[in-house]
Write a protein that binds this ligand. Structure first.
Ligand code: PLP
Length: 282
């Protein structure tokens, strides 16, 4: 597997690919010590990284929310070019861009790119669908909008809670999670955006709840609207998902994963997943 991993690091104004097993970050890096940084996951397909622009825009917004000096799109494009340069085009990849506060004391932030093959399990869930449990995050839906210290809307490196939520799902026999607010409003998945079809429209929760603005959801809604499929930002609940015609968890690499089971109840997709995938493939 080691030949299917790449690492590139930003050093002295240049992107350098380094051997995948070679250390590239000091043990004093604030990204390691505190999760103080931001990241993006970008799909690498035969055509390269067709969605890079939207991810770089979000990376810049995330960095600004953390007061992190960002190296600029030119640096990220150079890092992506360095890790993908000798990548086999038939292997679907996931490219992760990391920006951390670095070691501090005036040292520059750490910027690096990793590339690995998309895990088999992700590919399986893309076609087989997923079983999901709803879990409470314990935060009122309107709280993060007025609490910038909670970094709502930023894709930070502090994903330990997101990963713990997924492990909890696995422990109870599910694949993934829908997080809810204190009052039971829908938020997002730990690594995905919630979208449901109901009343002839596509729905997704408002970003004012502090969730991440999903690039895949934005793309789907733009394509759907152009085709005359109405879209709506809706403050829904888990009951709305049970009643919906179809539910998906959307993310750049896995795409639209159809939720076939929610809190133990089987549910269908009214044949809509094929249309959603077709819109996302454009
Ligand atoms: N919400 C969270 C918390 C995520 O981590 C992600 C994906 O990384 C998403 C939503 C979906 O974002 P995108 O569609 O841009 O991959």
């Amino acid at each position: 597997m080691s030949e299917q991993r790449r690492v590139a690091v930003w050093r002295d104004g240049t992107a350098v690919q380094v051997p995948a097993g070679q250390p590239v970050v000091t043990a004093f890096d604030q990204g390691l010590a505190r999760g103080d940084g931001v990241f993006e996951s970008v799909a690498v397909v035969e055509r390269g990284t067709p969605r890079l622009d939207a991810h770089l825009a979000r990376l810049t917004r995330s960095a600004a929310l953390l007061d992190l000096p960002a190296p600029g799109d030119g640096a990220w494009r150079a890092l992506v070019a360095a890790v993908t340069a000798d990548w086999p085009s038939e292997v679907e990849g996931i490219c992760r861009l990391f920006l951390t506060r670095g070691p501090g004391d005036g040292a520059p932030p750490t910027a690096l790119a990793l590339l690995a093959a998309v895990p088999e399990e992700t590919l399986r869930q893309r076609t087989a669908g997923i079983s999901v449990v709803s879990l409470g995050l314990g935060i009122p839906a309107d709280f993060r909008a007025g609490a910038p210290w909670l970094l709502g809307g930023a894709k930070t490196l502090s994903y330990a809670v997101n990963m713990a939520a997924q492990r909890h799902a696995h422990a109870v026999g599910a694949d993934d999670v829908v997080l809810t607010s204190l009052e039971g409003q829908l938020l997002e998945g730990p690594t995905s955006t919630v979208v449901w079809a109901a009343g002839g429209a596509l729905h997704t929760p408002p970003v004012e709840t502090g969730i991440l603005a999903g690039t895949t959801q934005a793309r789907l809604f733009a394509q759907a609207a152009a085709e005359g499929w109405p879209t709506s930002v809706t403050a829904g609940t888990v009951a709305d998902l049970h009643a919906a015609d179809a539910v998906w968890l959307l993310s750049g690499v896995r795409g639209a994963a159809t939720v076939h089971t929610l809190d133990g109840s089987r549910r269908g997709d009214a044949g809509l997943s094929a249309r959603v995938r077709e819109l996302l493939a454009r």
